[in-house]
Write a protein that binds this ligand. Structure first.
Ligand SMILES: [Zn+2]
Length: 311
């Protein structure tokens, strides 16, 4: 998910103030954007080629971020005010994908990592959608599998929106099992979305009906139990797509059918964290969706909890 606000920065600064000397910026000068070979672990050749073509890559960005409406008018975008060429955005997003991949490596070393970025779970094999250009989650896992560092992985998606790209990409891949807990209705599952690969089920889907927040934690717990009972053989890695958009103060209209309190958000995160930790499964967390001036609080409270726990 591209950073449309300063949530990474605010999260980082809040943590740095709370825990002086404990947080440092990672030096990313040596990072390179995800390359073609890595993208081909997940994406179709035509799409990957397009991302490296100056003109076609702009079209892919426009599609993914819906920068023009059906009448051809700019939407969320003013070409005359644009600070960067759209094709540069591709490189920025691929660099963020590198961050996800790097962070997965850190999780393998330390047992736990939290990347302040990443989580592009709507990207399909043949193209980006829903602000997600490439599926950094599956790319990162498949890279670790290629390097024989991971055998089988779980992708646990607690963003407000269904992890539809991840489910579609991995539907025939027994080495990656997916769980998604999300709004029952609302994009990409509303009637207006029609039929398409976004309806391909995850291995475990947990739809939360409108005003069903009260049962959220219990349902998540049940889903995790099912994951453990049915899909745990050889699992030695997990990715958590920790969207902050289920939070009741999230600013994105399309996520307002799920409104968890800040306390429930922490309960959610603790539940998933301890579920994985108690099984000794290395876990990499990514930010995914989270919009508006309050989303940083969700990430900060959880990482702060981790810090206290480690003391
Ligand atoms: Zn979302």
């Amino acid at each position: 998910m591209p950073l449309r606000d300063d949530r990474s920065h605010r999260t980082f600064e809040a943590l740095r103030q709370e825990y002086p000397g404990k947080f440092e910026l990672t030096n990313i000068v040596d990072w390179t954007p995800l390359n073609k070979a890595e993208l081909l672990l997940v994406h179709d050749k035509n799409f990957v080629e397009a991302l490296f073509d100056n003109e076609k890559s702009k079209e892919k960005i426009i599609e993914c971020f819906e920068l023009y409406d059906n009448n051809g008018k700019p939407n969320r975008y003013n070409p005359s005010l644009a600070k960067k060429d759209l094709s540069q955005m591709v490189q920025d997003i691929l660099l963020q994908g590198r961050g996800t991949s790097f962070s997965m490596g850190e999780a393998l070393k330390d047992g736990m990592s939290f990347f302040l970025g990443g989580g592009m779970h709507h990207a399909m094999a043949d193209g980006g959608r829903g602000f997600c250009l490439v599926n950094d989650l599956v790319i990162g896992v498949r890279k670790l599998q290629e390097e024989n560092l991971v055998k089988k992985a779980w992708i646990i998606d607690v963003d407000a929106h269904k992890g539809d790209g991840t489910a579609a990409i991995t539907k025939d891949d027994p080495s990656i099992k997916t769980l998604s807990i999300h709004m029952e209705k609302g994009w990409p599952l509303d009637i207006g979305s029609g039929d398409g690969p976004w309806r391909i089920p995850s291995d475990i889907d947990i739809p939360i009906p409108y005003e069903g927040e009260e049962d959220y934690i219990e349902k998540l717990e049940k889903g995790l139990t099912e994951l453990r009972e049915v899909h745990s053989e050889h699992v030695n890695f997990a990715v958590v797509v920790a969207g902050a958009d289920p939070y009741e103060k999230d600013a994105l209209p399309s996520s307002n059918k799920l409104r968890l309190s800040l306390e429930q958000m922490l309960e959610r995160d603790k539940l998933v964290y301890h579920f994985l930790k108690s099984r000794g499964i290395p876990q990499c967390w990514v930010m995914a969706g989270g919009y508006g001036p309050h989303s940083w609080q969700v990430y900060t409270q959880f990482i702060s909890y981790l810090m206290r726990e480690a003391e």
